[in-house]
Design a protein around this ligand. Structure first.
Ligand code: OSB
Ligand code: MG
Length: 383
């Protein structure tokens, strides 16, 4: 269905995490989240969420660079432009604007959300999703001691999570992973995520993780270190999974060609949105490479997009799409996202649009800044 975005409302909300989340590159206790509302000329609207964080410790983007990129360069491309469908948005935003994938993604995905609202279909249906429930994992932050991590991991398995991801960093790795494996036994799917904290000199040390029977090791080296990652993959049995490295479909093709990773964590925000996510999904499917949906501590709005994406057929491994209560005392959507005892999150296939209601009043109470962007060519005339 064709659409024309007439107005975009940007806002920043502050949402405290229930507990601080520590990864190798930083710690977060509260999220500053950019939310968008896109309005079609018909009056239809959809919310979307930007995954950029407060600091450039995951990628080079932050909420503030994304805000600037949207206001100065990206939104003007979109506003007032009649488009045949959400697939067309990626190219509109890409031409001669390098990078800024998270800023692009919140606009692009918002257009998919808008299409779902206007077509009165679920976001999953509009995307081509086939699953009605998606298996869910949990990402556990770095803990002060192995014993505390084991406690978290045991509780997560009891709650039903299908995959336990352990954040690691130099000095807090093997001992922690070994302890969790010993406590959970051989059958639980465990993986580790280093968020780029290691270098090729650590290859022998990392290869010792092979003894822990991990499902995968995520992003041990820097995003750009594809050749070193290939070297490490040669020296390890554990499949490497790439997160930060995969910024577009061409990097996914590089990974497959170089064998520097055997699994991809797709985060739609990191790759510029849903069209790019689907392209990566398809390339991986054709190459027999499994993918799963990553997370960036999203509110219930971003989660709606992740759950819809995870309903595509090649999302064959549990995603980091944990339920609302894992992150927040109160989420910004109703109903909140929940997981059943088997670690499955229901895809809201029977509801049009995002599949959850956005709690605008609660969002208003959390909002610390707003900005409205309009098509400058259709501004009201003054007599
Ligand atoms: O590397 O996957 C990551 C959160 C922030 C930044 C990077 C990562 C993460 C997570 C959280 O692992 C996953 C989630 O949203 O539950
Ligand atoms: Mg990761």
């Amino acid at each position: 269905m064709s659409f024309t975005v007439e107005r975009i409302e940007l806002r920043e909300v502050r949402l405290p995490l229930r507990e601080p989340f520590r990864i190798s590159s930083g710690i977060q206790s509260e999220r500053r989240i950019m939310l968008l509302q896109l309005f079609d000329v018909s009056g239809a609207s959809a919310w979307s969420e930007c995954v950029a964080g407060e600091e450039p410790n995951y990628s080079d983007e932050t909420i503030d660079t994304a805000w600037l990129a949207i206001r100065e360069w990206l939104a003007p491309r979109l506003l007032g432009r009649a488009l045949p469908g959400p697939y067309a948005v990626q190219d509109v935003l890409a031409r001669d604007i390098r990078g800024h994938n998270m800023a692009k993604a919140v606009l692009e995905m918002g257009c998919w959300g808008l299409a779902a609202v206007m077509e009165q279909r679920s976001l999953s249906a509009v995307l081509g999703g086939t699953r009605t429930r998606v298996p869910t994992g949990i990402s556990l932050g770095i803990q002060p001691t192995p014993a505390l991590l084991v406690e978290r991991a045991v509780a997560a398995v009891a709650a039903g999570y299908r995959k336990i991801k352990l954040k690691i960093q130099p000095g807090q790795d093997l001992e922690y992973v070994r302890a969790v494996r010993a406590a959970l036994g051989p059958d639980v799917e465990i993986m580790a995520d280093a968020n780029a904290a290691y270098a090729i000199a650590d290859a022998d040390h990392l290869a010792k993780l092979d003894e822990c029977g991990l499902l995968m090791l995520e992003q041990p080296f820097d995003a750009d270190a594809l050749l070193q990652l290939a070297e490490l993959q040669k020296r390890m049995r554990t499949p490497l999974c790439l997160d930060e490295s995969i910024i577009d479909v061409s990097r996914a093709r590089d990974m497959i060609a170089l064998d520097c990773g055997r699994i991809i964590n797709i985060k739609p925000g990191r790759v510029g949105g849903f069209a790019a996510s689907k392209a990566i999904h398809d390339v991986c499917r054709d190459a027999g490479v499994p993918v799963w949906c990553g997370g960036m501590l999203e509110s219930g709005i971003g989660r709606a997009y992740n759950v819809a994406l995870a309903s595509l057929p090649n999302f064959s491994l549990p995603g980091d799409v944990s339920p609302s209560a894992r992150y927040w005392a109160r989420d910004v959507v109703t109903p909140e996202w929940t997981m059943d005892g088997e670690g499955l999150v229901a895809v809201p296939v029977d509801k049009p649009g995002l599949g959850v209601d956005v709690d605008a009043e609660f969002i208003d109470a959390l909002t610390t800044r707003t900005e409205v962007l309009r098509d400058s060519t259709t501004t009201v005339s003054v007599s």
